[in-house]
Design a protein around this ligand. Structure first.
Ligand SMILES: Nc1ncnc2c1ncn2[C@@H]1O[C@H](COP(=O)(O)OP(=O)(O)OP(=O)(O)O)[C@@H](O)[C@H]1O
Length: 296
Protein backbone atom coordinates (compact mmCIF):
# COMPACT_ATOMS: atom_id res chain seq x y z
CA UNK A 1 0.00 0.00 0.00
CA UNK A 2 1.39 3.40 -0.92
CA UNK A 3 1.65 6.28 1.49
CA UNK A 4 1.32 9.79 0.17
CA UNK A 5 2.93 12.55 2.14
CA UNK A 6 2.47 16.23 1.45
CA UNK A 7 5.02 18.46 3.09
CA UNK A 8 4.16 22.18 3.13
CA UNK A 9 2.83 22.01 -0.43
CA UNK A 10 2.16 25.46 -1.85
CA UNK A 11 1.03 26.68 -5.26
CA UNK A 12 1.10 30.31 -6.21
CA UNK A 13 -0.29 31.72 -9.48
CA UNK A 14 1.06 35.25 -9.99
CA UNK A 15 -0.11 36.92 -6.77
CA UNK A 16 -2.74 34.29 -5.88
CA UNK A 17 -1.82 31.57 -3.39
CA UNK A 18 -4.16 28.74 -4.42
CA UNK A 19 -2.72 26.11 -2.05
CA UNK A 20 -1.01 27.29 1.07
CA UNK A 21 1.48 25.11 2.99
CA UNK A 22 -0.62 21.94 3.06
CA UNK A 23 0.93 19.08 5.03
CA UNK A 24 -0.82 15.71 5.16
CA UNK A 25 -0.17 11.99 5.31
CA UNK A 26 -2.61 9.82 3.35
CA UNK A 27 -2.90 6.05 3.69
CA UNK A 28 -5.55 3.54 2.59
CA UNK A 29 -9.06 5.01 2.71
CA UNK A 30 -11.41 7.59 1.25
CA UNK A 31 -10.44 11.21 1.80
CA UNK A 32 -13.11 13.78 1.09
CA UNK A 33 -11.80 17.26 0.32
CA UNK A 34 -14.71 19.55 0.94
CA UNK A 35 -14.57 23.22 0.05
CA UNK A 36 -16.31 26.05 -1.73
CA UNK A 37 -15.45 26.97 -5.32
CA UNK A 38 -11.98 28.45 -5.44
CA UNK A 39 -10.81 26.83 -2.17
CA UNK A 40 -7.87 25.20 -3.96
CA UNK A 41 -9.11 21.62 -4.35
CA UNK A 42 -8.48 21.24 -8.08
CA UNK A 43 -5.04 22.84 -7.79
CA UNK A 44 -4.14 20.40 -5.01
CA UNK A 45 -5.37 17.40 -7.03
CA UNK A 46 -3.50 18.56 -10.11
CA UNK A 47 -0.30 18.72 -8.08
CA UNK A 48 -1.03 15.28 -6.63
CA UNK A 49 -1.24 13.76 -10.07
CA UNK A 50 1.84 15.57 -11.29
CA UNK A 51 0.14 17.86 -13.84
CA UNK A 52 1.16 20.92 -11.83
CA UNK A 53 4.45 21.48 -10.06
CA UNK A 54 4.22 22.91 -6.54
CA UNK A 55 5.77 26.36 -6.11
CA UNK A 56 7.30 25.00 -2.92
CA UNK A 57 7.00 21.93 -0.72
CA UNK A 58 7.12 18.28 -1.62
CA UNK A 59 4.76 15.43 -2.48
CA UNK A 60 6.25 12.06 -1.59
CA UNK A 61 5.01 8.58 -2.42
CA UNK A 62 6.57 6.03 -0.10
CA UNK A 63 9.33 8.53 0.59
CA UNK A 64 10.17 9.46 -3.02
CA UNK A 65 9.26 12.78 -4.68
CA UNK A 66 6.49 11.90 -7.18
CA UNK A 67 8.06 13.97 -9.95
CA UNK A 68 11.20 11.85 -9.65
CA UNK A 69 9.17 8.63 -9.97
CA UNK A 70 7.85 9.67 -13.38
CA UNK A 71 6.23 6.67 -15.15
CA UNK A 72 6.27 4.55 -12.03
CA UNK A 73 3.94 6.97 -10.26
CA UNK A 74 1.60 7.17 -13.25
CA UNK A 75 1.25 3.40 -13.15
CA UNK A 76 -0.28 3.46 -9.70
CA UNK A 77 -2.44 6.54 -10.33
CA UNK A 78 -5.99 6.92 -11.65
CA UNK A 79 -7.39 10.41 -12.25
CA UNK A 80 -10.83 11.68 -13.09
CA UNK A 81 -10.46 15.39 -13.86
CA UNK A 82 -13.34 17.85 -13.60
CA UNK A 83 -13.49 18.28 -17.35
CA UNK A 84 -13.11 14.67 -18.39
CA UNK A 85 -12.78 14.52 -22.19
CA UNK A 86 -14.07 11.68 -24.41
CA UNK A 87 -14.82 10.92 -28.03
CA UNK A 88 -18.61 11.04 -28.45
CA UNK A 89 -18.61 8.78 -31.52
CA UNK A 90 -16.71 5.98 -29.78
CA UNK A 91 -18.63 3.21 -28.05
CA UNK A 92 -17.92 2.83 -24.33
CA UNK A 93 -16.02 -0.38 -25.00
CA UNK A 94 -13.90 1.01 -27.83
CA UNK A 95 -13.10 4.14 -25.87
CA UNK A 96 -11.94 2.17 -22.82
CA UNK A 97 -9.89 -0.18 -25.01
CA UNK A 98 -8.25 2.86 -26.57
CA UNK A 99 -7.47 4.34 -23.15
CA UNK A 100 -6.19 1.00 -21.87
CA UNK A 101 -3.66 1.08 -24.72
CA UNK A 102 -2.70 4.68 -23.85
CA UNK A 103 -2.18 3.62 -20.24
CA UNK A 104 0.02 0.73 -21.35
CA UNK A 105 -2.28 -1.93 -19.88
CA UNK A 106 -0.81 -5.18 -21.32
CA UNK A 107 -2.76 -6.24 -24.42
CA UNK A 108 -3.67 -9.70 -23.16
CA UNK A 109 -5.15 -8.14 -20.01
CA UNK A 110 -6.86 -5.12 -21.59
CA UNK A 111 -10.06 -6.78 -22.79
CA UNK A 112 -10.71 -8.45 -19.45
CA UNK A 113 -9.93 -5.22 -17.59
CA UNK A 114 -12.32 -3.22 -19.78
CA UNK A 115 -15.11 -5.71 -19.07
CA UNK A 116 -14.31 -5.63 -15.37
CA UNK A 117 -14.51 -1.83 -15.05
CA UNK A 118 -17.64 -1.67 -17.22
CA UNK A 119 -19.25 -4.20 -14.89
CA UNK A 120 -18.17 -2.24 -11.81
CA UNK A 121 -19.73 1.01 -13.01
CA UNK A 122 -22.87 -0.68 -14.35
CA UNK A 123 -22.26 -0.02 -18.06
CA UNK A 124 -21.66 -3.56 -19.25
CA UNK A 125 -25.07 -3.77 -20.95
CA UNK A 126 -24.54 -0.58 -22.96
CA UNK A 127 -20.87 -1.05 -23.84
CA UNK A 128 -21.53 -1.04 -27.59
CA UNK A 129 -23.52 2.19 -27.53
CA UNK A 130 -21.90 5.42 -28.64
CA UNK A 131 -20.97 7.67 -25.73
CA UNK A 132 -22.94 10.53 -27.26
CA UNK A 133 -26.14 8.63 -26.43
CA UNK A 134 -25.21 8.46 -22.71
CA UNK A 135 -26.72 10.56 -19.90
CA UNK A 136 -24.51 12.82 -17.78
CA UNK A 137 -24.45 10.20 -15.03
CA UNK A 138 -23.38 7.46 -17.43
CA UNK A 139 -20.58 9.67 -18.74
CA UNK A 140 -19.32 10.33 -15.21
CA UNK A 141 -19.41 6.57 -14.58
CA UNK A 142 -17.34 6.13 -17.75
CA UNK A 143 -14.93 8.62 -16.21
CA UNK A 144 -14.51 6.45 -13.15
CA UNK A 145 -14.16 3.37 -15.34
CA UNK A 146 -11.25 4.90 -17.27
CA UNK A 147 -9.57 5.98 -14.03
CA UNK A 148 -9.72 2.37 -12.80
CA UNK A 149 -8.32 0.71 -15.92
CA UNK A 150 -4.81 0.35 -14.54
CA UNK A 151 -6.11 -0.84 -11.14
CA UNK A 152 -4.61 2.23 -9.46
CA UNK A 153 -3.55 2.29 -5.84
CA UNK A 154 -4.18 6.01 -5.77
CA UNK A 155 -7.41 7.33 -7.23
CA UNK A 156 -8.07 11.07 -7.62
CA UNK A 157 -11.62 12.19 -8.35
CA UNK A 158 -12.25 15.88 -8.94
CA UNK A 159 -15.90 16.87 -8.38
CA UNK A 160 -17.03 13.46 -9.65
CA UNK A 161 -20.74 14.03 -9.07
CA UNK A 162 -21.14 17.50 -10.55
CA UNK A 163 -24.34 17.70 -12.57
CA UNK A 164 -25.70 14.34 -11.41
CA UNK A 165 -29.22 13.76 -10.15
CA UNK A 166 -29.65 12.32 -6.62
CA UNK A 167 -30.11 8.74 -7.84
CA UNK A 168 -26.93 8.81 -9.93
CA UNK A 169 -25.14 10.50 -7.04
CA UNK A 170 -26.03 7.64 -4.70
CA UNK A 171 -25.00 5.10 -7.30
CA UNK A 172 -21.70 6.87 -7.73
CA UNK A 173 -21.07 6.93 -3.98
CA UNK A 174 -21.74 3.20 -3.78
CA UNK A 175 -19.28 2.50 -6.59
CA UNK A 176 -16.59 4.52 -4.84
CA UNK A 177 -17.21 2.76 -1.51
CA UNK A 178 -17.10 -0.63 -3.19
CA UNK A 179 -13.72 -0.10 -4.77
CA UNK A 180 -11.96 1.83 -2.04
CA UNK A 181 -10.34 -1.18 -0.36
CA UNK A 182 -6.54 -1.20 -0.61
CA UNK A 183 -6.51 2.20 -2.29
CA UNK A 184 -6.08 5.83 -1.43
CA UNK A 185 -9.17 7.53 -2.84
CA UNK A 186 -9.13 11.31 -2.88
CA UNK A 187 -12.40 12.92 -3.77
CA UNK A 188 -12.90 16.66 -4.06
CA UNK A 189 -16.35 18.18 -3.87
CA UNK A 190 -18.44 21.07 -2.60
CA UNK A 191 -21.38 18.74 -2.01
CA UNK A 192 -21.55 17.63 1.62
CA UNK A 193 -23.58 14.48 0.99
CA UNK A 194 -20.96 13.18 -1.46
CA UNK A 195 -18.52 12.57 1.37
CA UNK A 196 -20.55 12.63 4.58
CA UNK A 197 -21.08 8.89 4.83
CA UNK A 198 -18.36 7.35 2.69
CA UNK A 199 -15.22 9.30 3.56
CA UNK A 200 -12.97 7.87 6.27
CA UNK A 201 -11.58 11.33 6.66
CA UNK A 202 -12.96 14.73 5.75
CA UNK A 203 -10.68 17.64 5.02
CA UNK A 204 -12.25 21.05 4.90
CA UNK A 205 -10.36 23.31 2.57
CA UNK A 206 -10.64 27.07 2.65
CA UNK A 207 -8.45 29.65 0.93
CA UNK A 208 -5.83 27.06 0.13
CA UNK A 209 -5.55 25.67 3.65
CA UNK A 210 -6.95 22.67 5.48
CA UNK A 211 -9.04 24.24 8.24
CA UNK A 212 -10.55 21.06 9.72
CA UNK A 213 -9.64 17.40 9.38
CA UNK A 214 -11.06 14.24 10.90
CA UNK A 215 -13.81 11.68 10.61
CA UNK A 216 -17.22 12.99 9.65
CA UNK A 217 -18.17 12.72 13.32
CA UNK A 218 -15.09 14.60 14.52
CA UNK A 219 -15.46 17.38 11.98
CA UNK A 220 -19.15 17.69 12.81
CA UNK A 221 -18.35 17.87 16.52
CA UNK A 222 -16.18 20.93 15.78
CA UNK A 223 -19.36 23.02 15.57
CA UNK A 224 -21.02 21.49 18.63
CA UNK A 225 -22.64 24.24 20.65
CA UNK A 226 -22.87 26.48 17.57
CA UNK A 227 -26.06 25.09 16.03
CA UNK A 228 -29.35 26.53 17.24
CA UNK A 229 -33.03 25.97 16.64
CA UNK A 230 -35.76 28.49 17.34
CA UNK A 231 -39.37 29.29 16.51
CA UNK A 232 -39.86 32.93 15.60
CA UNK A 233 -42.56 35.19 14.22
CA UNK A 234 -42.46 35.65 10.43
CA UNK A 235 -41.56 39.34 10.79
CA UNK A 236 -38.27 38.38 12.51
CA UNK A 237 -37.09 36.07 9.75
CA UNK A 238 -35.52 38.60 7.42
CA UNK A 239 -33.45 40.22 10.14
CA UNK A 240 -32.20 36.89 11.48
CA UNK A 241 -31.46 35.71 7.96
CA UNK A 242 -29.32 38.77 7.35
CA UNK A 243 -27.48 38.49 10.67
CA UNK A 244 -26.86 34.74 10.81
CA UNK A 245 -26.17 31.65 8.72
CA UNK A 246 -29.54 29.95 8.46
CA UNK A 247 -29.19 26.30 7.53
CA UNK A 248 -32.88 25.48 7.54
CA UNK A 249 -36.16 27.37 7.50
CA UNK A 250 -39.64 25.90 7.72
CA UNK A 251 -43.08 27.40 8.20
CA UNK A 252 -44.91 25.98 11.20
CA UNK A 253 -48.46 27.30 11.60
CA UNK A 254 -48.12 30.98 12.53
CA UNK A 255 -44.39 30.75 13.31
CA UNK A 256 -41.21 29.93 11.43
CA UNK A 257 -38.70 27.30 12.50
CA UNK A 258 -35.08 28.36 11.94
CA UNK A 259 -31.90 26.37 12.25
CA UNK A 260 -28.98 28.73 12.68
CA UNK A 261 -25.21 28.26 12.82
CA UNK A 262 -23.67 30.83 15.11
CA UNK A 263 -21.05 31.12 17.85
CA UNK A 264 -23.61 32.76 20.14
CA UNK A 265 -27.29 32.19 20.73
CA UNK A 266 -29.11 34.07 17.96
CA UNK A 267 -32.43 34.38 19.77
CA UNK A 268 -33.76 34.31 23.30
CA UNK A 269 -35.18 30.88 23.75
CA UNK A 270 -33.10 29.29 20.98
CA UNK A 271 -31.98 25.79 21.91
CA UNK A 272 -28.84 24.00 20.87
CA UNK A 273 -29.23 21.27 18.25
CA UNK A 274 -27.12 18.28 17.29
CA UNK A 275 -24.78 19.46 14.52
CA UNK A 276 -24.64 17.91 11.05
CA UNK A 277 -21.85 18.11 8.49
CA UNK A 278 -23.96 20.56 6.49
CA UNK A 279 -23.83 22.95 9.45
CA UNK A 280 -20.04 22.70 9.46
CA UNK A 281 -19.97 23.64 5.78
CA UNK A 282 -22.16 26.63 6.44
CA UNK A 283 -20.05 27.67 9.42
CA UNK A 284 -16.87 27.75 7.35
CA UNK A 285 -18.24 28.76 3.97
CA UNK A 286 -20.97 31.23 4.81
CA UNK A 287 -19.86 33.70 2.15
CA UNK A 288 -19.57 30.98 -0.49
CA UNK A 289 -23.03 29.65 0.32
CA UNK A 290 -24.43 33.15 -0.04
CA UNK A 291 -22.72 33.59 -3.40
CA UNK A 292 -24.27 30.38 -4.65
CA UNK A 293 -27.69 31.56 -3.43
CA UNK A 294 -27.23 34.87 -5.19
CA UNK A 295 -26.34 33.11 -8.41
CA UNK A 296 -29.33 30.78 -8.18
N1 LIG B 1 -3.92 28.68 -13.72
C1 LIG B 1 -4.32 29.57 -12.82
N2 LIG B 1 -3.93 30.86 -12.87
C2 LIG B 1 -4.33 31.76 -11.95
N3 LIG B 1 -5.13 31.47 -10.90
C3 LIG B 1 -5.56 30.20 -10.79
C4 LIG B 1 -5.20 29.18 -11.74
N4 LIG B 1 -5.77 28.02 -11.35
C5 LIG B 1 -6.47 28.30 -10.23
N5 LIG B 1 -6.35 29.60 -9.89
C6 LIG B 1 -6.96 30.26 -8.72
O1 LIG B 1 -6.61 29.51 -7.56
C7 LIG B 1 -7.71 29.44 -6.67
C8 LIG B 1 -8.03 27.98 -6.38
O2 LIG B 1 -8.61 27.40 -7.57
P1 LIG B 1 -9.04 25.87 -7.68
O3 LIG B 1 -9.57 25.65 -9.05
O4 LIG B 1 -7.95 25.03 -7.21
O5 LIG B 1 -10.22 25.83 -6.61
P2 LIG B 1 -11.31 24.71 -6.38
O6 LIG B 1 -11.46 24.55 -4.92
O7 LIG B 1 -10.97 23.49 -7.15
O8 LIG B 1 -12.61 25.35 -6.99
P3 LIG B 1 -13.52 24.79 -8.18
O9 LIG B 1 -14.39 23.78 -7.54
O10 LIG B 1 -14.27 26.01 -8.62
O11 LIG B 1 -12.61 24.23 -9.23
C9 LIG B 1 -8.85 30.22 -7.31
O12 LIG B 1 -8.85 31.52 -6.78
C10 LIG B 1 -8.47 30.23 -8.77
O13 LIG B 1 -8.99 31.37 -9.41
Amino acid sequence: MPELKLDRVTKQFQNKIAVDQVSLTLKEGIYGFLGANGAGKTTLLRMLCGVLKPTSGEILCNGTEIRKMDGEFRHILGYLPQDFGYYPDFSAKRYLEYLAACKAVPKDLAEQKVQEVLQLVGLLGVQKQKIKTFSGGMIRRMGIAQALLNDPEILLLDEPTSGLDPKERIRFRNIISAMSKDRIVILSTHIVSDVEFIADEILLMKQGQIVEQGTSYEVTESVKGKVWECLVLPKEVQRLNEMYSVSNLRNEKDKVYLRIVSDDSPWEGAVQAEPRLEDVYLYYFKEAAENVENLA
